[in-house]
Write a protein that binds this ligand. Structure first.
Ligand code: CA
Length: 228
């Protein structure tokens, strides 16, 4: 999970930001003053983006920004400025901030800016690890989709979990018991036949000839294997 520093002295704004970042899948690191923010940055070198309020009880947000940049850090920095502090925007961008958001802002606006900056800075390193490629297949584990040769295949949730299990274990023979436990959960009490039924359906979707499977092959008397 990407860590985002939230520097804001007003507790209610800070918790509003924190809740919304968490909801969007980020890990917020909170600081209520400038010195605390610098301290948190030292302890969490993997923070990839900072939201810096300008007006703070100790050193202001611009100073924090300047000090972050002075360390050579390329992390994303978004300043949180008050409504009519036009001058702040200019100062902020001059001290090395990447963007600014004017208070009051909506959760949607904030996360849109954060996402945009992460994309722009190319720190969206999770993209690659969200994708499993095997032969003509591309499985995206973030939006749970499967493509074959660039064509989207519609899968049920069970079929998706089966594909994921197989594509994560290429060449490995898996027993029907293992498959049942991995996909349906170890407390599932259904029959092993459930596995066969779902594999048959999945083959119809992914194989050119489901009776002569090329990818999802049978291991006789045992189970199945991603044979590609
Ligand atoms: Ca403030």
């Amino acid at each position: 999970m990407k860590k985002i520093l939230v520097l804001e002295d007003e507790a209610n704004i800070r918790s509003f930001v924190v809740i919304n970042l968490r909801r969007s899948g980020f890990e917020p690191i909170e600081a209520e003053n400038g010195m605390m923010a610098l301290e948190k940055l030292k302890v969490n070198p993997d923070i990839c983006l900072a939201l810096l309020d300008v007006m703070l009880p100790d050193i202001d947000g611009f100073e924090v920004c300047r000090r972050i940049r002075a360390t050579g850090s390329k992390m994303g920095i978004i300043m949180l400025t008050a409504k009519d502090q036009e001058i702040d925007k200019v100062t902020g961008l001059m001290t090395g901030a990447d963007d600014y958001v004017t208070k009051p802002f909506s959760p949607a606006e904030l996360t849109a800016r954060v996402d945009a900056l992460i994309r722009r800075l190319g720190i969206d390193d999770e993209k690659a690890s969200n994708e499993i490629v095997s032969g003509p297949f591309l499985l995206n584990t973030r939006n749970r989709t499967l493509e074959k040769g660039g064509q989207r295949l519609k899968l049920t949730q069970i079929e998706y979990l089966l594909m994921r299990l197989f594509m994560e274990n290429p060449g490995k023979a898996m027993s029907r018991e293992d498959i049942l436990a991995a996909v349906w959960g170890s407390d599932f009490t259904g029959e092993l036949k459930t596995v066969d039924v779902n594999i048959r359906r999945l083959r119809i979707k992914i194989e050119a000839d489901p009776t002569e499977p090329e990818f999802l092959t049978t291991v006789w008397g045992y189970g199945y294997k991603w044979g590609y």
